[in-house]
Design a protein around this ligand. Sequence first.
Ligand SMILES: Cc1ncc(COP(=O)(O)O)c(C=O)c1O
Length: 380
Amino acid sequence: MTSRVHLNPAAPPSVDLAGFGPPDRAPLELHRRLPGYAATPLVELPRIADRLGVGRVLVKDEAERLGLPSYKILGASWAVYREVLAVLEPDLQPWSTVQELAAQLEPYGPRRLVAATDGNHGRAVARMARLLGWSATIFVPAGTVEARTSAIAGEGAEVVVVEGTYDEAVEVAAREADARTLVISDTAWPGYERVPRWVVEGYSTLFNESDDQVAAQDIAPFTHAVVQVGVGALAAAAVRRYRAGGDGVTMLGVEPADAACVLASLEAGGLVEVPGPHRSIMAGLNCGRPSPLAWPLVRDGLHAAIAVDDERAREAMRLLAAGGVVAGESGAAGLAGLVALADEHPQAARRLGLDSDAVVLLVNTEGATDPEAYARVVSG
Ligand SMILES: Cc1ncc(COP(=O)(O)O)c(C=O)c1O
């Protein structure tokens, strides 16, 4: 197993939020009104902390979020809701269930939601369309596993396979926009930033919840936060929470070896694209182009980026399973990066302060979204 690490000594003590406001709880107020809302668990993993030689490891476990196996609906729902407000305002009436909201929308006629996805974001957008009584078309790159495409179709969406990478699927989805078709993308491009900004804002809920859980469980503040990186929207949300106030949290981003576009961009000192095909089993992270919206936060917020191979992801899935956490390939990637750092780059780990005083936050961003592959990996 070989991994590649890039330290980012230029990361400033406090990050400029580049047009994002400080985090607030407005998305959480929406999420509380969606069916099946419950705060996801913050789970302590002492054996993994021992394995890594750090003080404590806590994982925010998003294996089940609002009835779906990934955190992604936090961003998709907030973005779609902001679009709903644009349709309804100034006539929006107070509502407490999504059925009441859908009833208010009915007189305005149907809309279609469109997204490109490696799986989880598209399924979340499809779920939002279903809840609102709208249709959805979801574009997936060639090679997306059947379990993930059928889960999206199971939400009632039309699934279209694009013969190309995730980044090409994004381009196809972008062309669908019209008066009644709303493109809900988690990545940005020139002239399209409003929706991906809402997506980043929506992810704040998982950090708000973990703030509450840390306070309730009397846990010392996190010294480190580790996030897996696809286009960088989740990482931007984490930077917004942990790096804007100069509160001393060290951040690590983790990517698959052949889709390490943020690591490559940090090395190059500017946005670069890593051409496909991107074939990692960490499907949610198979992105060749960082989101230009997320990039300034990611560039300044991450203290290090690490690129890992699929074997590290499998190892991390098994470690998490032994700790009682069901983590899919992309979900386990954060831990994969930490283990690779500890085993292969001990000097870098020391420089990043990963020692017995460290209190590390991981995010398990997905459960077993490809159940057969999950069973094979964990039993092997
Ligand atoms: C399970 C999972 N984890 C992490 C990510 C990475 O998120 P981002 O693309 O915002 O960097 C994704 C993105 O699709 C994902 O599906």
